[in-house]
Design a binder for this molecule. Structure first.
Ligand code: NAD
Length: 266
């Protein structure tokens, strides 16, 4: 078993719910967690891909579960919380990685897709925390939540207003819940990735032949992130190694924002 080889890196043995775990960053988080022995549940609107992701995680020898659900659906979240607790036996962590991005190509603000973006990227984390709270409290010390924000949670991107608002909001929610639920022993943090090679980001680098090189040139480390670069940081934040990290927004962008990061468009 992989977990036997690399140790558990300070990870509790409790289960983790990963939204958006069927693809990209969410899938990499789930696999990183499974590799250190944590049971994982994949919640994703893409049901078949969620099941495939859970199957990959199970190869590490951990309990897994997959649920096809739309994180905009509060009733489905409540049902999934109960079902997942039954399947994994405990829930001591949440990664909210489900997300969408919608451009404002013709109008200044993408008002037509605003509600969907905000509901999926931001409101869902609040709804899921409410649904999982009894289980997170029962999991005892070490329970933790990580929301996948973005560098657009820190700086403004004129091409994607609703996305930028949702990612700033996720950091605000993180800080509020860190304050509110820290006394209960539940930590809340956000991760702010830069340019990550996933299906969400691919259209940006496939748009023009030179686009990849232009993005890479904006990264002081000289390369785009792989989903695993983010998954390892999320795993750390869910582990006891991060026992005193609460209410933080951790930037994982290869130095894009450190170097200014204000020229994100195109
Ligand atoms: N790729 C990047 O460069 C990048 C950078 C910063 C932040 N992020 C954030 O990381 C997170 C993961 O993105 P990714 O790049 O892995 O994209 P992705 O498209 O590969 O994965 C997103 C996942 O979310 C799921 N999803 C979408 N809407 C859903 C809904 N209503 N209910 C349930 N699941 C839903 C999709 O099915 C998919 O599996 C997102 O929140 C995204 O905003 C991505």
């Amino acid at each position: 078993m992989v977990a036997d080889m690399i140790g558990n890196l300070g990870s509790p043995a409790t289960g983790v719910v990963v939204t958006g775990g069927a693809s990209g960053i969410g899938r990499a988080c789930a696999r990183a967690l499974a590799a250190v022995g944590r049971p994982v549940a994949i919640w994703d609107v893409a049901g078949d891909a969620a099941a495939a992701s859970a199957k990959q995680c199970a190869e590490a020898g951990v309990a897994t579960h997959a649920t096809a659900l739309d994180v905009r659906d509060r009733d489905a979240i409540q049902a999934a919380a109960a079902e997942t607790l039954g399947a994994l036996g405990s829930i001591g962590g949440l990664v909210h990685a489900a997300g969408i991005v919608r451009p404002a190509l013709t109008d200044v603000v993408d008002t037509d897709t605003w509600d969907d973006v905000l509901a999926i990227n931001l409101r869902a984390e609040a709804d899921i925390v409410v649904a999982l709270l009894p289980a997170l409290r029962a999991a005892g010390p070490g329970a933790a939540v990580v929301g996948i924000s973005s560098i657009e949670g820190l700086i403004g991107h004129g091409g994607i207003p609703s996305y930028t608002a949702s990612k700033h909001g996720l950091i605000g929610l993180t800080r509020s819940l860190a304050h509110r639920l820290g006394p209960d022993g539940i930590r809340f943090n956000a991760v702010c990735p830069g340019f990550v090679e996933t299906p969400m980001f691919l259209p940006a680098i496939e748009a023009r032949p030179e686009a990849r090189a232009r993005y890479e040139a904006k990264v002081p480390l000289g390369r785009l992130a792989q989903p695993e670069d983010i998954g390892r940081v999320v795993r750390f934040l869910l582990s006891d190694e991060a026992a005193y990290v609460n209410g933080a927004a951790i930037v994982v962008d290869g130095g894009v924002t450190a170097a200014g990061g204000q020229e994100l468009v195109g």
